[in-house]
Design a binder for this molecule. Sequence first.
Ligand code: AMP
Ligand code: MG
Length: 309
Amino acid sequence: MDATVDEPGTLRLSPKQMRSILDCYRVTSGKGFRLKNYDPPADTAGHLLPRAHANALLAHGVERLAELQEKLYAQDRWAMLCVFQAMDAAGKDGTIKHVMSGVNPQGVQVTSFKVPGPEVLAHDFLWRAILALPERGRIGIFNRSHYEDVLVVRVHPDILAKQRLPRELLGKKLWEQRMDSIAAFERHLARQGTVVLKFFLNVSKAEQKRRFLERLEEKDKHWKFSSNDLAERAFWDDYQRVYQEAIAATAAPHAPWFVVPADNKWFTRLIVVGAIIEALEALDLRIAAPTEAEEAALAAARRKLESEA
Ligand code: AMP
Ligand code: MG
């Protein structure tokens, strides 16, 4: 299956070619799921997506996404939710910035889930995710998400204490129950017309070190580094374990995970844009033809405008 180069410097992938690349990273069932089977994070699908064509492919993808998003907005039936989860420095922010760079800002809403404040802590853990859900016609981006409540909170039990759950509910099954709640929530969204896609940007520990050092060495990247990042790095193995469990418990055909190799930023971006395009194309977005009454109203408006002095 070779990708075609139709003019000098322009490589195009057919939907079928893209699908078979995406299939390498798509998880739709938790059965037997192991994160290590998705190594190495430096993977770039070999010759199928040559680096030399990455920029042109991404530009093409960004353009296609903009067209599809406009149709999504005009049709106003479906919504899309893209969840981004990853270890620090895996490239969430850059991926969101590049992939969404062509899209009309009115059609996208990005929400960053930070350390919760008192209002969030006074509610159940899905509350703030629900408040941030995209309307029909829009693409919602979660930069971190409701998953933090089965990731960072699981790795650091002291955070759980701040959530003030009644003691009787803090049983051994708590995490399993939370992951169940997430799976049910996403199934509900899918049934109500929100297309759910989830991306785990799979960066290696070595590449994270390299990116942290780069942030420390370059003055204009200092702002990206927080000393907390280093503290979290020390919990690397714990995070891998809880990520694996969370992905396994919530992967479904209607809410797939993509375990995206993240050591090469250009590749991460191509996979993410490809997955979003594929999901939107599957919707067969159509702008409804006007009804007879609407046509008559349009004709009347035209006549009125034309007859203006
Ligand atoms: P960043 O994504 O680098 O801006 O950092 C946001 C921080 O907020 C990360 O360290 C997250 O782990 C943390 N965070 C997000 N959601 C929660 C949560 N529900 N409980 C505790 N910490 C959270
Ligand atoms: Mg950070």
